[in-house]
Design a binder for this molecule. Structure first.
Ligand code: AMP
Length: 214
């Protein structure tokens, strides 16, 4: 099953992708992580996208479609994948649907106010990408991931002003992607809940798998 998780930055796409990965047994393709890895490794791609990434703007469609389609052609994606953070524009959705049609698009809906509160306190594991919140969901030991023991960090683009810019871009560029999948009869809406487990239950329902909180 090829499933995409749509939603504003901070809606919980990464957390829910990890949950679905275990349920569906397919890999996650998180475009933001692929791009951050390229930046860290200072590849040609990494250098060319640095300014866009750091200011919260989107990287060019052709570049990201190329990256995702190459990844989807790999052996471990033969039974599908979970796309996190892609497609983010109508052009990306139309392009990928021609090569690898998406089976289901789940949009996680969270208010802008809640997004700002979540992202300005967000912390992320440098290794397994588990996310925490300094106030609402802190790690047991400050700075260390509960899940895998690696160090946690903050993202540059989680700065308040950049978050606001990312939300503007989300509403103008990514909202139309929802309509695209709605027209294809592939859209499921999940209202993001306060408790992660409650959102997981709704996610399981959306993809038609059994939910057990283990
Ligand atoms: P994310 O980790 O999904 O919040 O993505 C972080 C940043 O990576 C975004 O603000 C964009 O600069 C870039 N990015 C990630 N996915 C895409 C995409 N599908 N299209 C364009 N830019 C993207």
């Amino acid at each position: 099953m090829l499933c995409t998780i749509l939603g504003a930055p901070g809606a919980g796409k990464g957390t829910q992708a990890l949950f679905l990965k275990d349920k569906l047994g397919v890999p996650i393709i998180a475009t933001g992580n692929l791009l951050r890895d390229a930046m860290k490794a200072e590849t040609e791609l990494g250098k060319s996208i640095k300014d866009a990434m750091n200011s919260g703007h989107l990287v060019p469609d052709d570049l990201i479609v190329d990256l995702v389609s190459k990844r989807l052609a790999e052996e471990d994606c033969k039974n599908g994948a979970i796309l996190d953070g892609f497609p983010r524009t109508l052009a990306q959705a139309e392009a990928i649907d021609k090569i690898f049609p998406v089976d289901i698009a789940i949009s996680i809906e969270v208010s802008d106010e809640e997004i700002i509160s979540r992202l300005t306190g967000r912390e992320i594991c440098t290794k397994c990408q588990a996310t925490y919140h300094v106030e609402y969901n802190p790690t047991s030991v400050p700075g260390i991931c509960d899940r895998c023991g690696a160090m946690i960090t903050r993202r540059n683009d989680d700065d308040r002003e950049i978050v606001k810019e990312r939300l503007v871009i989300y509403h103008s560029e990514t909202e139309p992607v929802k309509k695209h999948y709605e027209d294809l009869g592939k859209l499921k809406i999940v209202v993001g809940q306060k408790e992660v487990a409650d959102t997981q239950r709704l996610m399981a329902e959306a993809v038609g798998v059994k939910y057990d909180n283990n």
